[in-house]
Write a protein that binds this ligand. Structure first.
Ligand SMILES: [Zn+2]
Length: 299
């Protein structure tokens, strides 16, 4: 009689264990399977990666995430064969409204990186003067566009008020040296003089030292770099405005070459450049460019 009862109990136990095994068919797990119970919020759309991000740090450490795993019970029933661990989502905290809200937000938020505006820097060399530079400042102000002026020290001391006006309107004042000499042909002492005199003249005019300079003729070499520690800035697009002196050609050059993060070289001492600027800005705005100063571009 006792034996019979024991056999019946064993039978029931075996039956229960078999049932359990059969009820968990989605568990293709080896002996090293790990069952991690947790509370989790899970949105199907966010997918596996998002879910993993939500795991408490402890769990991260506990699991080797290089091994595939799947979630069970209300979670993601993605059965990965030969996986070594699975997660039981013991309590789903999904709030349906929240999920819907998030789903609605996603299409609005997602395009933003794609629509991130291209940046472009307008730069003007060799000024200032008291005519075309002033016209350029007015056009920039009209379009609420910021630019960078690489000024010559010798012109800064002639028109400090224009440099000041440019700075007050939010433009960057950078250095183009004191007197436009080819730095690669100078002694170190002469190089420093060209840079320092211009920097001091700029400081006199606007109370701030320039953080960048553009070597005249774009002429720079190792010697210059070793001597002058101020950031040197060249350009990607040379409009050749000083040569052709034709507004339409300046615009054409911008149209042909403008791309994200371009630095456009123009010269504010030429009337034709001032006359070209309105169309140049209109074109770039239409192409969805954001105008930045050199400082902002290389931030
Ligand atoms: Zn120049």
């Amino acid at each position: 009689m006792r034996k019979k009862i024991i056999i019946i109990i064993i039978g029931i136990l075996v039956g229960l264990v078999s049932l359990l095994i059969i009820r968990w068919p989605a568990s293709p797990i080896g002996t090293n399977a790990e069952n991690i119970g947790m509370n989790a919020t899970y949105h199907e759309q966010q997918g596996y990666e998002q879910f993993v991000k939500q795991l408490p740090q402890q769990t991260w450490n506990k699991m080797d995430l290089s091994h595939p795993f799947y979630m069970d019970k209300g979670g993601l029933h993605r059965v990965i064969r030969d996986c070594e661990a699975y997660i039981t989502v013991s309590e789903l905290l999904v709030n349906t409204e929240e999920t819907e809200e998030e789903n609605q937000k996603e299409p609005i938020e997602e395009p933003q990186p794609q629509e991130q505006r291209k940046q472009i820097a307008l730069t003007f060399d060799d000024g200032p003067n008291d005519k075309s530079t002033v016209q350029i400042l007015n056009v920039l102000q009209k379009h609420d566009v910021k630019a960078t002026f690489f000024v010559l020290g010798i012109n800064v001391v002639k028109h400090p008020e224009i440099v000041k006006q440019a700075a007050q309107q939010g433009h960057e004042i950078a250095s183009h040296t004191w007197s436009h000499k080819n730095l690669t042909k100078l002694t170190p002492a002469q190089m420093h003089e060209e840079i320092d005199r211009a920097s001091n003249a700029i400081f006199e005019a606007i109370g701030q030292y320039p953080t960048a300079y553009r070597p005249p003729y774009g002429a720079i070499d190792e010697n210059v770099r070793n001597e002058i520690k101020v950031n040197s800035v060249l350009w990607n697009i040379d409009t050749m405005d000083w040569k052709h002196k034709t507004p339409a050609k300046t615009l054409e050059s911008v149209k042909l070459h403008a791309k994200d993060r371009s630095v456009i070289l123009m010269h504010d001492i030429h009337q034709e450049t001032a006359d070209a600027l309105d169309a140049v800005i209109q074109y770039l705005k239409q192409e969805n460019y954001e105008f930045v100063t050199i400082d902002e571009l290389y931030q």
